[in-house]
Design a protein around this ligand. Structure first.
Ligand SMILES: *[C@@H]1O[C@H](CO)[C@@H](O)[C@H](O)[C@H]1NC(C)=O
Ligand SMILES: *[C@@H]1O[C@H](CO)[C@@H](O)[C@H](O)[C@H]1NC(C)=O
Ligand SMILES: *[C@@H]1O[C@H](CO)[C@@H](O)[C@H](O)[C@H]1NC(C)=O
Length: 371
């Protein structure tokens, strides 16, 4: 290419960049707002504002190393964006709505709640208040924070307008892994395995609290609910490292699979009782199992180790500025010893939005948003 032609291309690309810069609204929103509740897979900074030395926080490098621009930690438990961000992107937003506590601290809660949404997700949270109690915003509290936010929105816009806005908005819910990690820890400490009746009682309390959460969100105005089920908790590096051969814990995976089946029935039974509620249940469990069965097809060279960590499987050390980083972060399923890499989160959101039909029940996130 001659110099002149080269310049033309360069000028043209600069023009494209300039236009894109001026008009990021090229993104077409499929819903007016998004409200997020759940755990560290969705947290975008709430925990950075929670007091307490045992609160899990992704506030140090190398968290955020791949975020565009800054490359700095934001509270996301990822090398870059997380699942909430990528679901938001598929729906036409630039990223997840900001964290409730961040918005509160900057006096921007209601403007954001009205124009794009709020994230209540908190790392460490479970379906049960008792899970990691005191070190996160538990799910029931996240719902209460949403209720108080809605009351303020009502005061600003009027309840009719708010109820219309909420009915069109996307509610993303992803929680449950921490309840299973907490159960496994408690069992190990007591040196026992759960009996069938322990498991039944555990499922019972998870389901009754999940059901209460969904019903409360519905009563507050939610009509489009995207729910991500519990992944193979027995395959995270932190659990694998407990096994001499690095194998997944089948027992933990089976517990999660049993719960996921019950969650599927719960939603199918609950929806007809809540007129106007539509939902999409995303199968994080099946998607991750498919990835584990055929990692190279998806470009993953490692599915058992943390990219950022230390020791065996990268799971014997935390992801800190002193940690060892893997060479190709996109080739790792896991970023740290528990959380998916940015690329894994991206692939998950794509699958839930518009991927193979088997990964969402009864409809996809795209169909849900479009209703
Ligand atoms: C279950 O939900 C109820 C009502 O939301 C809440 O008060 C209770 O603390 C929850 N139980 C647990 C164990 O989280
Ligand atoms: C746990 O139970 C096993 C089998 O009953 C026993 O051999 C082991 O010593 C126990 N470990 C602890 C820490 O109590
Ligand atoms: C490690 O994993 C293998 C394969 O699943 C299993 O047979 C073995 O019992 C596990 N070991 C421990 C200590 O859990």
């Amino acid at each position: 290419m001659g110099y002149e032609a080269g310049m033309k291309v360069l000028v043209l690309s600069l023009a494209v960049v300039a236009v894109a810069g001026i008009r990021p609204s090229k993104l077409v929103r499929q819903v007016p707002a998004m409200y997020v509740l759940g755990d560290s897979t969705l947290d975008v900074g709430n925990n950075n504002y929670l007091p307490g030395k045992d609160v899990p926080r992704a506030d140090k490098p190398f968290y955020g190393v791949d975020l565009p621009g800054s490359g700095r930690p934001t509270g996301r438990f990822s090398n870059g964006y997380n699942t909430a961000d990528f679901v938001a992107k598929t729906l036409g937003f630039d990223k997840s709505p900001l964290a409730y506590l961040v918005l509160k601290a900057h006096n921007k809660l209601i403007p954001s709640a009205i124009t794009r949404g709020v994230s209540f997700a908190s790392a460490g949270a479970g379906i049960l208040d008792s899970t990691n109690a005191g070190n996160n915003i538990p799910l029931s509290q996240q719902v209460r924070l949403f209720a108080s936010t809605k009351a303020e929105m009502d005061a600003k816009l009027g309840p009719g307008a708010v109820s219309h806005l909420l009915s069109q908005s996307f509610f993303l819910l992803g929680v449950g892994s921490n309840d299973f990690f907490a159960l496994a820890t408690a069992q190990a400490q007591q040196n026992k395995t759960a009996t069938q009746s322990d498991v039944a009682a555990f499922y019972g309390s998870l389901l009754s609290n999940y059901s209460a959460t969904i019903t409360e969100l519905y009563e507050l105005g939610a009509r489009k609910l995207g729910v991500i089920n519990v992944g193979p908790v027995g395959c995270v590096p932190r659990v694998r490292v407990l096994n001499a051969t690095g194998a997944c814990s089948d027992a933990m995976n089976q517990l999660a699979v049993g719960f996921n089946g019950a969650l599927r029935s719960l939603l199918a039974g609950l929806a007809p009782k809540l007129p106007g509620l539509a939902y999409s249940l995303a199968d994080s469990s099946a998607l991750t199992q498919a990835t584990l069965a055929n990692p190279l097809a998806l470009g993953f060279a490692s599915t058992d180790s943390a990219c950022c960590g230390g020791g065996r499987l990268g799971a014997q050390g935390d992801c800190t500025p002193a940690a060892a980083l893997c060479a190709d972060r996109d080739a790792y399923l896991f970023w740290d010893s528990v959380h998916p890499s940015q690329r894994a989160a991206f692939l998950g959101a794509q699958a839930y939005y518009d991927g193979p039909a088997q990964y969402t029940t009864p409809i996809s996130f795209k169909q849900l948003a479009g209703m």
